[in-house]
Design a protein around this ligand. Structure first.
Ligand code: HEC
Length: 128
């Protein structure tokens, strides 16, 4: 009987721990709720993601120093890496390119950014 009591006490404790560690993050539960993947364009969507996440290393002026010579500033420059698959691989972390954006903890772009870039590439990566 003592064993049963101990077991129940342990189970209760585990249950309380699990309850208290439970949390809801809306973004994680409903990742696509506010993510517009229909109206994506190079100028308004892709460039602004690059500007905040990538161009400090991969811009025209500094890519030789910080971005290993990979210049992603401008449609033509970016298109090279769209066409060879490295751009998408680098942000999806599929293993076919280095993980980007470069960071110590292999941080990934927000899901919505990845979804929008994927949608743009699937649409033929138009320059508009
Ligand atoms: C802190 C600087 C830095 C940032 C920010 C950064 N990169 Fe890079 N990136 C590098 C360096 C350095 C390399 C070359 C070394 C390597 O492959 O890891 C590289 C390589 C790449 C490559 C070639 C990968 C390959 O395997 O051939 C691509 C594509 C790329 N980056 C895209 C991006 C994109 C897209 C972003 C933003 C989401 C980004 N990078 C953000 C520094 C950066």
């Amino acid at each position: 009987m003592k064993r049963v009591t101990t077991l129940l006490a342990i189970l209760g404790f585990v249950f309380i721990c699990m309850e208290s560690c439970y949390y809801d993050v809306e973004e994680e539960l409903y990742p696509s709720t506010n993510c517009d993947t229909l109206n994506v364009s190079y100028a308004n969507t892709v460039f602004s993601i690059l500007e905040t996440q990538c161009l400090n290393c991969h811009n025209n002026a500094n890519s030789g120093i910080l971005g290993a010579g990979i210049d992603l500033e401008g449609y033509t420059q970016l298109k090279t890496y769209v066409d060879n698959g490295k751009f998408l691989s680098s942000i999806t972390h599929d293993g076919n390119a280095s993980f980007m954006p470069k960071s110590a903890n292999n941080r990934k772009l927000p899901d919505c950014d990845i979804a929008q870039i994927t949608a743009w590439i699937n649409a033929g990566a138009p320059n508009n």
